[in-house]
Design a protein around this ligand. Structure first.
Ligand code: ASP
Length: 311
């Protein structure tokens, strides 16, 4: 296979990001893209790089993953994540986690250290304990912003949590490709604000929250999970690419088609196996950033494409 320019692309969630959170979001996705790209260049490992980028955002309070996750209707935290690599389509998925600092790291351990692909709940946390991953309290993971967003949701008497209630935080995801055309995807979330306890969304589901297949490319999605999983958004985007669409056309076509067909909003980041980039969303905003060579590309509004030179 001919050499591909390595790229690492992240998103910080689709949604109604208010103006006051825009700078914070852009700073966070740029930090994650740079760190992930640094690891990609240093180790040459797409898996190490997507985990590194997602962990940066799991740590930042302004994102709906790890610390800063949104709350269930009962005020608890239930996080989920997935990771997949595109060579052999090895994957790890986790759900209903309440005490794990870095859910993406646990997803990778499920992939590499168990005969399974998906673990959830208490048993997943028992496995995490055996693996020695960092455990934290719910108080550590809960932020004032998440508590305020839940209080507002309850005040409105809303019974149907949707993306617009998230209050400016967002699920996080990353896709990467190395110089051999090897791809990977990782996605991590706290879900949607005011969800039932036990609700599982699209994020840990392969073909919905993300996917990677070196014969086509790689995707990470964000948006209204119930809609994304019913539509199989990640898989549909890759399918459009197998039918001749480039990543940008595929993401624009399939996010719009999902919204038209089943309603609500979504966004996705995509890389083809040649390293072509696609970024699209039907939500009001979605923060994203990618590094290629010494350029950092990023944006949050529709059609926005900013570029910084990295010295
Ligand atoms: N897709 C996530 C979920 O529904 C939410 C998001 O992407 O912001 O759980």
């Amino acid at each position: 296979m001919s050499s591909v320019q390595p790229i690492l692309l992240v998103h910080g969630g689709a949604g109604n990001v208010p103006d006051c959170n825009v700078q914070n979001k852009l700073d966070g996705v740029r930090q994650a893209a740079k760190e992930g790209y640094r690891i990609l260049k240093e180790t040459g490992s797409v898996l190490d790089s997507v985990v590194a980028a997602v962990k940066v955002m799991e740590d930042l309070e302004g994102f709906n993953a790890g610390r800063g996750s949104v709350l269930t209707i009962d005020g608890t935290i239930e996080m989920e994540a997935q990771i997949i690599e595109g060579k052999n389509m090895n994957a790890g998925c986790v759900t209903l986690l309440s005490h794990i600092q870095y859910p993406v790291e646990l997803a990778r351990l499920v992939m590499e250290k168990t005969p399974h692909t998906f673990l959830g709940g208490e048993a997943a946390e028992e496995f995490a304990k055996k693996m020695g991953v960092p455990f934290v309290t719910q108080d550590f993971l809960k932020t004032k912003a998440a508590e305020k967003a839940l209080a507002e949701f309850k005040k409105k008497g809303a019974l149907n949590p949707t993306l617009t209630e998230i209050g400016g935080v967002g699920t996080v995801g990353c896709v990467a490709i190395d110089s051999n055309g090897h791809t990977a995807s990782a996605t991590s979330t706290g879900g949607i604000n005011g969800k039932y306890r036990g609700r599982i969304g699209d994020t840990p589901l392969l073909g919905c929250g993300g996917y990677a297949d070196d014969t086509i490319g790689t995707v990470s999605t964000t948006g209204h999970g119930e809609s994304i999983m019913r539509y199989n958004l990640a898989q549909r985007i890759l399918n459009a690419m197998t039918h001749g669409k480039n990543p940008q056309e595929a993401v624009d076509q399939e996010t719009a088609a999902m919204t038209a067909r089943v309603g609500k909003d979504a966004g996705a980041i995509v890389l083809s196996n040649k390293g072509e980039v696609g970024v699209g969303f039907t939500s009001y905003r979605m923060s994203w950033a990618y590094q290629v060579g010494d350029e950092l590309h990023y944006g949050i509004d529709k059609g926005q494409k900013l570029v910084d030179k990295i010295s």
